[in-house]
Design a protein around this ligand. Sequence first.
Ligand code: MN
Length: 202
Amino acid sequence: MAFILPPLPYDRSALAPVIDEQTMTLHHGKHHQTYIDNLNKAVDADQGLQGRELPEMLSTASSLPKVVRNNGGGHWNHSFFWETMRPGGGQPQGELSDAINSKWGSFESFQEAFNTAGTGQFGSGWVWLVATPSGLEVTATPNQDNPLMDVADVKGTPILGNDVWEHAYYLTYQNRRADYLKAWWQVVNWDKAAERLAGAAR
Ligand code: MN
């Protein structure tokens, strides 16, 4: 039961101009596929990893071989990322909107906190909105780490995640990560985010 590349839930050009078609093609078809291929190779070679669900495996990241932490994280994070977006974007509603406003005061202040964490991540990594037992938090992780991992500074249920590796934005935004983070809000799938919050253990 090898891990497989999930199809994109929309056309490769559907998020343009925020994310251009060539970036989507390479990011999904090449980068994500490579994480999967390397994860499958590592799991094939290690009986202790076989038959385990990926989120459970990642929750033990501190004791995983580095290649599994990196490529397993890469597979989980990218699968999550494609579903975090949709053409047309939108605005948070209901319980999620209320939780954001009660934590940050306004949607704009939350966006600022998220963008600041994303630009502040040194080198490659991810920026997250996470549901924790004590409420919503914004956090960043290096490499392909994520909030499911026991090594994460902020652990919990990821609600949103944005990829701040250069491969996610370089063709359109070059070195301007801040511009990419700002534009990205136009393609966030808030219905998916709300669904994740509703499913988060509290
Ligand atoms: Mn990526």
